[in-house]
Design a protein around this ligand. Structure first.
Ligand code: ADP
Length: 157
């Protein structure tokens, strides 16, 4: 299958995000990780910082690109001629939000198919918020994020 977009806040990118991107790249020829400018989440990092970290973290994976995007996901789908929107599904707690988003995107663009991937079990409970909390309290985040993110988080804190 040709192109898929993988939207998210990526504040910052974790091994859980990377796990999903890698799985998607085995099914789709081109995966575009789309760093969304998401005001409601008040991200710690600027869009530019989030894009830089994601690019560095994914640089050895030739089928995966990273872009920043401030519009609607469905506009991005159209712009890049994508055939799918990739999302990660961890626990049941993700379902409500993800279903709402998938149906809303489909209502806006009938061809926007959302495809869910499950991460490796070790990343099921990993999210960016937890990583930031651990980093804030001086904990070791080496098991959760690549070196580039670890460095940038330490600088930020
Ligand atoms: P958003 O604000 O759009 O939810 P996130 O960066 O939090 O952005 O997440 C982007 C996507 O990556 C979501 O589909 C989310 O479920 C998925 N994701 C985040 N962390 C993990 C993880 N540890 N394992 C699998 N998927 C994940």
């Amino acid at each position: 299958m040709p192109t898929a977009i993988y939207p998210g806040t990526f504040d910052p990118i974790t091994y859980g995000h990377i796990d999903i991107a890698v799985r998607a790249s085995k099914v789709f020829k081109r995966v575009i990780a789309v760093v969304a400018v998401n005001q409601s989440k008040s991200p710690l990092f600027t869009p530019g910082e989030r894009v830089d970290m994601a690019r560095e973290a994914l640089k050895d994976l030739p089928r995966i690109e990273v872009i920043g995007y401030s519009g609607l996901i469905v506009s991005c789908v159209k712009e890049y001629g994508a055939s799918a929107i990739i999302r990660g599904l961890r626990a049941m707690s993700d379902f409500d939000y993800e279903f709402q988003m998938a149906y809303t995107n489909r209502n806006m663009l009938e061809s926007a198919e959302t495809v869910f991937f499950m991460p490796s079990a070790e990343y099921t409970y990993l999210n960016s918020t937890l990583v930031k909390q651990i980093a804030r309290h001086g904990g070791d985040i080496g098991a959760f994020v690549p070196d580039v993110v670890k460095r940038r988080l330490l600088e930020k804190m």
